[in-house]
Design a protein around this ligand. Structure first.
Ligand code: GLY
Length: 383
C-alpha cells in the first residue's frame, strides 16, 4: 500500500450493471448527514472514485478490517482508493465479536493518529457488523469526527448495520453499550463479497431480511415465501434487489427518526427476546438466528394475546423455518427475562417491545417486566 497522489477524479464511475446485476443507488437523508448507498456486483472496485466523489477533500484513507476479511478484500480496496489519489494504510484486528471492545477501539484510535489522518480524511470500515460498528465509532471519536465509508461484506451488515449510523463497542455488562450515532458518508455494498460467506453465515443474516418483510413490506414477505433465499439458489440480481429493498425500508425509518426516539424502534422487532437468546448462548448462536427465534417468540405471544391473527404468527414461524433458522429456544425463561430486562433499550422498569399486528405492520408496546415474562412464557417453549 504505497503512498501516492494521482488522479483528479471528481465523478464516481458507478457501473450501472455488472454481470447481469443492476447497481442500485439509495439516497439517505438524515438531519446529520446525506449519503448514498450503492448495491451491486463488483462495486468494490469503484470504491476509490466513489469515495473521492463523496469526499473530495480526503487525501488519506485508513482501512479498518478484521483478520478474516483483510486478506480477502484489503488489497482490492486499497488499490481502488490509491488509484483515485488517496494514500492508504490498513489496520487489522482479530476477527470475532470478542474483539469489539474498548481496548481494540483504543488501538484503532492510536492507529488513526499514527497515520496522521486529518478531519478531511476518511476511515474505511471493511467487513461485517463488528468492523462497521467499531470503525464507525473510531471515526466518530477521532478528532471529534472524521468521515467513514462503510464497505459491508456480510449480508447482515449490508441490510442493517452499515446503514443508519449506529456505531458501538461492547462492554462487560453487555453488547453495544458504548457507542454513538454517526452516519457514514457513503456505503458500498458489493454482493460479490457474499460469495465467500459460508451457507451458515448467509442463512444467519436472512433473519434480518425476514424482519423487514414483517415490519414494513408484505410483498417482500410474499417473495421470500415463494423464493426462500439461500446462498447458492438465489439469482444475483434478485439478491441485489432484496438487499436494496431492505436498505430502502431502513432508510425510510431512519430518515424519520435518526436517534431512535420513536419509529426507529420498529427495527428492533424480534430483538428484545432475540438479544436475550443471543446473550444466553454466550454469542454462540448468530445474531440473525437469535433475532429469528425472537421474532417467532414475540409473534406467538402476540397471537396468544390477540394483538395479531394466529395466521400472522404461523406465517412468520413457517418463513423462518423455511430458511433453516431457529423458531424457538430452550433457554430458561427467567434467564431470558434477566438478559432482556438488562437490555440497553429498557426504560426504567419497562421495555418497549415491537409486536406484529399484520404481515407488514408492527406496533411498539411498553411492557413491565412481569408482562415481559408472560410474553416469554407465551412465546417460548418450556425449557
Ligand atoms: N439495527 C437497528 C437500527 O439500526 O436501528
Amino acid at each position: 500500500m504505497s503512498e501516492k497522489t494521482i488522479a483528479d477524479r471528481t465523478t464516481a464511475g458507478t457501473p450501472e450493471q455488472t454481470g447481469g446485476v443492476q447497481t442500485r443507488t439509495i439516497d439517505v437523508r438524515t438531519p446529520s448527514k446525506d449519503y448514498q448507498v450503492l448495491v451491486g456486483a463488483g462495486v468494490i472496485d469503484e470504491l476509490g472514485p466513489l469515495t473521492h466523489a463523496a469526499l473530495p477533500k480526503a487525501q488519506k484513507a485508513q482501512i479498518i478490517a478484521d483478520s478474516n476479511v483483510a486478506p480477502l478484500y484489503g488489497d482490492a480496496v486499497a488499490a481502488s482508493l490509491e488509484e483515485a489519489g488517496l494514500s492508504c494504510s490498513m489496520q487489522v484486528f482479530e476477527a470475532g465479536e470478542q474483539a469489539k471492545k474498548l481496548s481494540t477501539l483504543s488501538d484503532l484510535l492510536e492507529g488513526l493518529a499514527e497515520s496522521e489522518l486529518s478531519r478531511d480524511d476518511v476511515v474505511v470500515a471493511l467487513g461485517g457488523g463488528v468492523a462497521g460498528d467499531m470503525a464507525g465509532l473510531a471515526a466518530a471519536l477521532y478528532l471529534r469526527g472524521c468521515a467513514v465509508v462503510q464497505v459491508p461484506t456480510s449480508l447482515l451488515a449490508m441490510v442493517d448495520s452499515s446503514v443508519g449510523g449506529k456505531t458501538a463497542v461492547d462492554l462487560a455488562a453487555g453488547k453495544n453499550l458504548a457507542g454513538a450515532f454517526f452516519q457514514p458518508s457513503l456505503v458500498v455494498a458489493d454482493i460479490d463479497c457474499l460469495d465467500t460467506l459460508s451457507p451458515q453465515q448467509f442463512t444467519d443474516s436472512v433473519g434480518e431480511v425476514i424482519k423487514y418483510g414483517v415490519i414494513a413490506d408484505p410483498q417482500l414477505f410474499d417473495q421470500l415465501e415463494a423464493h426462500p433465499l439461500s446462498v447458492d439458489s438465489v439469482d444475483p440480481d434478485q439478491l441485489a434487489s432484496v438487499i436494496a429493498r431492505c436498505i430502502e425500508i431502513k432508510r425510510d425509518v431512519v430518515q424519520k427518526d435518526e436517534r431512535e426516539g420513536g419509529i426507529r424502534q420498529i427495527l428492533n422487532f424480534g430483538h428484545t427476546i432475540g438479544h436475550a437468546i443471543e446473550a444466553a448462548s454466550n454469542f454462540q448462536l448468530g445474531h440473525g438466528s437469535s433475532v429469528a427465534a425472537g421474532m417467532c417468540a414475540i409473534a406467538r405471544a402476540s397471537a396468544a394475546r390477540g394483538w395479531c391473527d394466529q395466521e400472522v404468527a404461523e406465517r412468520i414461524v413457517a418463513l423462518v423455518a423455511a430458511h433453516g433458522l431457529p423458531t424457538d429456544t430452550a433457554t430458561d425463561h427467567q434467564e431470558l427475562l434477566s438478559y432482556a430486562s438488562h437490555d440497553k433499550k429498557r426504560h426504567g422498569s419497562t421495555v418497549n417491545v415491537v409486536v406484529p399486528t399484520a404481515i407488514g405492520t408492527v406496533e411498539v408496546r411498553k411492557v413491565g417486566f412481569t408482562e415481559l415474562l408472560d410474553l416469554i412464557d407465551l412465546g417460548c417453549r418450556v425449557a
